[in-house]
Ligand binder design. Structure first.
Ligand SMILES: *Cc1c(COP(=O)(O)O)cnc(C)c1O
Length: 386
């Protein structure tokens, strides 16, 4: 998009399709080509065309995605990585030094917790766990060495909600940065930078890619100095998104808005059905008025997303059985694709947090509600619960 064209502020749906997606100058191809290339011919030593010299540093397909990500999150700079955890690793090694401290949530993606507990802590970084849905609990967990507060909202797998603006204030008052993992909401439903976050993290494997066909990650920041440091570390450490993976994520993002609308609509119907179901003891979905974070979610999210968790009255074996009996809901890890998935977090995605402060209940089932017919999804869950 040229500068003249963007003088009228364009809506999210338009940016999702057009930001970073300029027509190829050579051929006019309307979709950015997959630049499957490692190096670039120089016009004399140091004569780079468009700044490209080697694809770890920059690649045009990745640039297209990174510009798109920055536009969608309302940040100055987007960076695309080989996975969500690669993005997190780059961010943590950019922000933290030995002796620094981080506040992490008591409910988070198991791999994020493992990165703190088993990897980063070996480098002398300290962390403590707080209930981030309570800004006072975050404040109480801060130390003079706290450099970052890490938040995931909605959280995985308990769908907890953190008030981003409130925690941003608490973190900034202590001189710490606020990091928000926006994987569950996507920028269509929630814009953490506008609410005060310093860095947004994504597993683009999930809703951004949206088709269960790529693993990727992203960081977005509006802080120019931090962006420069992140770009340096991205290149120095090298866990970048490859051209084809970047292209798949860029393609997935074009339909993000319509997908998130349908994910949210189907999830709402399923949460309502589960709430009324006699085998279910609790439904965890921020769209339900009885959810503890409902009001905050309604304030900071456009809709409530496609993730629903629920607990079975009959306990862990019953939860495992429901997962096994589902047919249209595919039993598998991951989330955010067009196809519905079901899983048992305690034995699958969150096995790595067993015995920690982040342990999840055994009677819990997590759904990633897809964009199939809502009627078909309801019918499948009802038979699985019968
Ligand atoms: C999957 C996930 C990650 C990790 O991303 P990968 O792409 O699997 O490395 C981080 N945060 C959340 C909330 C996730 O769901």
């Amino acid at each position: 998009m040229t500068h003249e064209q963007s003088s009228h502020e364009r809506a999210f749906e338009t940016l999702a399709i057009h930001a970073g997606n300029t027509a190829d100058p050579l051929t006019g191809a309307v979709v950015p080509p997959i630049y499957q290339v490692s190096t670039y011919k120089q016009d004399g030593v140091g004569g780079l065309r468009g700044g490209y010299e080697y694809s770890r540093s920059a690649n045009p397909t990745r640039t297209a995605l990174e510009e798109n990500l920055a536009a969608l999150e309302g940040g100055r700079r987007g960076l695309a990585f080989a996975s969500g955890l690669a993005a997190e690793d780059c961010l943590l090694r950019t922000l933290l030094s030995p002796g620094d401290h981080v506040v992490i949530p008591n409910d988070a993606y198991g791999g994020t917790f493992r990165l703190f507990a088993k990897v980063v802590s070996r480098w002398g970084v300290e962390w403590s766990v707080a209930d981030t849905s309570d800004a006072a609990a975050v404040r109480a967990a801060l130390t003079p060495r706290t450099k970052a507060v890490w938040v995931e909202t909605p959280s995985n797998p308990l769908l907890g909600i953190t008030d981003i603006a409130a925690v941003a204030e608490v973190a900034h008052a202590a001189g710490a940065r606020l990091v928000v993992d926006n994987t569950f909401a996507s920028p269509y439903l929630q814009q953490p930078i506008a609410l005060g976050a310093d860095v947004v993290v994504h597993s683009t494997t999930k809703y951004m890619g949206g088709h269960s066909d790529v693993v990727g990650g992203a960081l977005v920041t509006d802080d120019a100095a931090l962006a420069e440091e992140l770009v340096f570390h991205q290149n120095a450490m090298g866990a970048v998104a490859g051209p084809f993976d970047a292209w798949l994520v860029l393609r997935g993002i074009k339909t993000l808005a319509v997908r998130m609308d349908r994910h949210s609509e189907n999830a709402t119907r399923i949460a309502d059905m589960l709430t009324a179901h006699p085998a279910v003891s609790q439904v965890l979905y921020p769209g339900l008025p009885e959810h503890a974070g409902h009001e905050v979610a309604a304030k900071q999210m456009k809709a409530f997303g496609g993730m629903v968790s629920f607990r079975l009255k009959a306990g862990e074996e019953a939860a495992v059985e429901v997962c096994n009996r589902a047919q249209l809901f595919t039993l598998g890890e991951s989330l955010g694709g067009v196809e519905s998935l079901i899983e048992h977090p305690g034995r699958m995605t969150h096995a790595s947090v067993a015995g920690s402060a982040l342990e999840v209940p055994g009677d819990l089932v997590r759904l990633s509600v897809g964009i199939e017919s809502g009627d078909d999804l309801l019918a499948d869950l009802k038979q699985a619960l019968a």
